[in-house]
Ligand binder design. Structure first.
Ligand SMILES: *[C@@H]1O[C@H](CO)[C@@H](O)[C@H](O)[C@H]1NC(C)=O
Length: 337
């Protein structure tokens, strides 16, 4: 059967993107080798060269060892738990923020200090116009267009950046992140957009005999109803998860993009410092961490999961399983599965 014109075009596009991936992987290997030898001769090094050159101060070196451990674990987990390599398209790169001044690519994950990272990247790419991350209002940090994403560039331009820039992502224990998303989006009265968009649907679908007020406002979704919504196969058939509860592997493609630094929310301050040092940013710019936002209170998720049945606990764990495995989080002890 003859392939329709549209089909052929589509195929051509796919092949184009495939080249992206292959080229990129080859050069990443090569760069790593180069950075260890010839890279040292250069006066100003890129963050990527800083990371792989290996002549750092002791503290940074120790941090890099643990970062290297995470990279290797991620690579092994990708090999054993994901199927054949898929082809990346520019559409997959919407969460990757680019800083051309410092040669950085950051994949943002909501509920993992992403507002502060966006603020820092706005400062970094502002040419000195902005100096204090916390002076940038949170809503401004999220305005599309204030920062550039990798998806905006042409395929060769994407390739060049993937090859030469330091790519980093910050992750968090998946259920802590999920509970944080639930609390933020469903228990705060000001989040009316989320109540309307998701809350009303959850109430309609997962509550027995809902009252008309709840059906209209969607502002009193219980955690177990949210869990049922996530576990319901219809949910993902209709549309992808919202980015606040979408899994990191779907947002950032860590098995297709080779991240140089996998930072963790649990060690946010140290890991953020490591990234900024690699980027050659002087100490006047510090990553904003307030005691409140970095505290990992560990049993928040346990409190919420106590009231979820073993059946749904298991369903939910399976949904987020890959994020647990790829980023070395163990199955929570409070689960009754
Ligand atoms: C993985 O997690 C375990 C348990 O928390 C830890 O001991 C180990 O160092 C971690 N491995 C890596 C490579 O980070």
């Amino acid at each position: 059967m003859r392939m329709p014109r549209g089909g052929r075009l589509f195929l051509a596009t796919c092949l184009g993107s495939l080249v992206v991936l292959v080229l990129y992987y080859q050069s990443a290997e090569k760069l790593e080798a180069d950075a260890g030898t010839g890279g040292r001769l250069k006066k100003t090094r890129t963050p990527l060269q800083n990371l792989y050159s290996g002549d750092q101060q002791a503290q940074l070196l120790a941090d890099q060892k643990s970062l290297q451990g995470r990279r290797e674990l991620l690579e092994r987990a990708c090999l054993s738990h994901t199927k054949k390599r898929r082809v990346l398209s520019p559409e997959d790169l919407k969460h990757l923020i680019v800083d051309d001044k410092h040669n950085l690519i950051y994949c943002y994950v909501p509920k993992v200090a992403c507002t502060n990272w966006k603020r820092v990247l706005m400062v970094l790419s502002s040419d000195g116009r902005l100096t204090e991350p916390l002076a940038i209002p949170a809503n401004e940090a999220h305005v599309a267009g204030n920062l550039r994403t990798l998806s905006e560039f042409s395929v060769p331009e994407i390739n060049r950046r993937l090859r030469g820039y330091l790519k980093f992502v910050f992750v968090r224990e998946p259920f802590e992140r999920l509970v944080s998303a639930y609390r933020n989006k469903f228990t705060r009265s000001y989040n009316t957009a989320f109540h309307k968009r998701y809350g009303t649907k959850i109430v309609r679908r997962h509550r027995n005999r809902p009252d008309p007020r709840a059906l209209e406002k969607g502002d009193d979704v219980a955690f177990h109803e949210f869990v049922q919504y996530l576990a319901d196969p219809r949910t993902q058939r209709e549309e992808p998860f919202n980015e606040h509860w979408e899994r990191v592997h779907s947002l950032c493609h860590p098995c297709l993009i080779r991240y140089d630094v996998v930072g963790k929310y649990e060690t946010l301050e140290r890991d953020a410092h490591a990234v900024l040092s690699l980027a050659g940013v002087d100490d006047t710019l510090r990553f904003p961490t307030s005691g409140k936002s970095t505290r990992t209170d560990g049993d928040m998720a346990a409190r919420f999961f106590k009231h979820i049945s073993p059946f749904y606990q298991k369903r939910l764990f399976n949904l987020y399983r890959l994020d647990f495995l790829l980023f070395n989080y163990s199955m929570p002890e409070y689960l009754k599965t």
